[in-house]
Design a protein around this ligand. Structure first.
Ligand SMILES: Cc1cc2nc3c(=O)[nH]c(=O)nc-3n(C[C@H](O)[C@H](O)[C@H](O)COP(=O)(O)OP(=O)(O)OC[C@H]3O[C@@H](n4cnc5c(N)ncnc54)[C@H](O)[C@@H]3O)c2cc1C
Length: 394
């Protein structure tokens, strides 16, 4: 986006990418469908930004979510709005998003230099020298948009942090954001089980509830992932003890759930408890709930004690696990932390330390929830850096 908006008939723009094609992370985004932005009111975006939301005011208001949609629509990409106001290409293909960016870059005659990693950036008489396998090349302005450190096979391997720290920029702590968690219990046999309409609760070491998220989650080989777990991941850190709890029936309070079980057990008096519960929970969760409440699933329902029924209610409402660690940065959707935004002018994206150097996208210490917000941050900051470069030329 930076290269597109920095280019006009008077400027010459070079876009370097270490990959053989542009937009490799966009390609895998949104499970291959690319959630390009969100169509909620732009003022609602700020609640979705986890770090340094104030830094984003100028860029998001100068290139809003509507501008993102308009940009793609005007350049031939039809879009659609899905649950949570998330905007996707109508084709469900992230490759179509990349095709649009490529098409506009070519139309605007941006020089796209692929397979070329920038190894170093340094100043020589107010010009920037970029070192790559092409040798040393001089430029008046540089926009660094090298992304974060997650999914390094897409090209964002964290090199931007090195390039910019060498130029005097400070990098805040880099951590995985929007990432799954590992737990201490062995739940391998449930890997792949997906739960819908559950509450995922996070408790701190004092057993205080610090977060609750409703929606969909997934059991993995080592713990949990899926939308509500990713969204909750910002509440964990690897230094403290946390417990998590899954409420399998969040819409029913304990009394109502007990009545629901009583009704079910009334119908299935002579059946095994295991069978009766399968009308209330998916089979894998019947097994887990029975295991956690230490009740024999073969018990005939009419022999079940009241105390056991109440224990089942409690377990269904509060399946507890011990947090072990966050999954690594390489598996995170975003990198939290990055270039300290105090060192960047939010109205232009220009470095406050080095004139004519611009820093954009995930490289900055700004990150947001899932829902199209992270790409919008990249598009908006990229746009602002591009137009700011041009403004300086005028
Ligand atoms: C699995 C996954 C799914 C996601 N889905 C979504 C989604 O649906 N919606 C959403 O909003 N966000 C999503 N995100 C987050 C979003 O993709 C990123 O936040 C966004 O791509 C960041 O854009 P960027 O331009 O800052 O960096 P990137 O997209 O990472 O681009 C950086 C580019 O710089 C190049 N590069 C790096 N270093 C060098 C160097 N030294 N020399 C030359 N080139 C270099 C890389 O090759 C890369 O092409 C997802 C992320 C992941 C990992």
């Amino acid at each position: 986006m930076s290269a597109i908006f920095a280019k006009n008939e008077k400027t010459e723009v070079f876009l370097f990418d270490c990959n053989e094609k542009i937009g490799k992370k966009i390609f895998i985004s949104g499970k291959g469908r690319c959630n390009i932005t969100n169509s909620k009111d732009i003022s609602d975006f700020f609640d979705q930004i986890n770090h340094n939301k104030n830094f984003m005011y100028s860029s998001l208001y100068s290139f809003t979510n509507e501008d993102v949609i308009k940009f793609f629509n005007e350049n031939g990409l039809e879009t659609k709005i899905e649950r949570g106001m998330r905007v996707f290409p109508k084709s469900d293909k992230s490759s179509d998003v990349i095709k649009v960016l490529e098409k506009v870059l070519i139309r605007k005659k941006v020089n796209i230099i692929l397979n070329t990693q920038i190894e170093d950036i340094f100043l020589d008489n107010e010009k920037f020298v970029l070192k790559s396998k092409r040798g040393l090349e001089k430029f008046d302005k540089v926009i660094v948009a090298t992304g974060g450190m997650s999914y390094p096979f897409t090209g964002s391997k964290g090199q931007g942090y090195k390039l910019l720290s060498k130029l005097g920029h400070h990098i805040t702590d880099l951590k995985p954001g929007l990432v799954g968690i590992d737990i201490k219990e062995d739940l391998r046999k449930y890997a792949g089980v997906s739960l819908k309409f559950v509450d995922f609760k996070v408790y701190n070491k004092s057993n205080k509830l610090i977060h609750c998220e409703f929606g969909e989650m997934l059991f993995t080989h080592n713990g949990f992932s899926g939308p509500i777990v990713l969204k909750s991941s910002k509440y964990f850190n690897n230094k403290e003890n946390f417990t998590v709890s899954i409420d399998l029936k969040p819409r029913l309070d304990r009394n109502t759930l007990d009545l629901r079980l009583l009704k079910e057990f009334e119908k299935s008096k002579n059946k095994s408890l295991k069978n009766a519960l399968s009308n209330v929970l998916i089979n894998s969760m019947v097994e887990l709930v029975l295991k956690y409440s230490s009740i024999d699933g073969e018990t005939i329902v009419n022999q079940l004690k009241k105390s056991d029924r109440l224990l089942l209610v409690e377990t269904i409402k509060n399946l507890k696990f011990n947090f072990k660690s966050l999954r690594p940065l390489s598996e995170a959707i975003v990198t939290t932390g990055g270039i300290d935004v105090k060192e960047v002018d939010s109205s232009t994206m220009e470095s406050k330390k080095i004139k004519n150097l611009y820093i954009v996208g995930e490289l900055l210490d700004v990150d947001a929830n899932t829902g199209g917000y992270n790409l919008t941050i990249a598009f908006a900051t990229g746009h602002l850096a591009g137009v700011s470069c041009l403004r300086k030329e005028e």
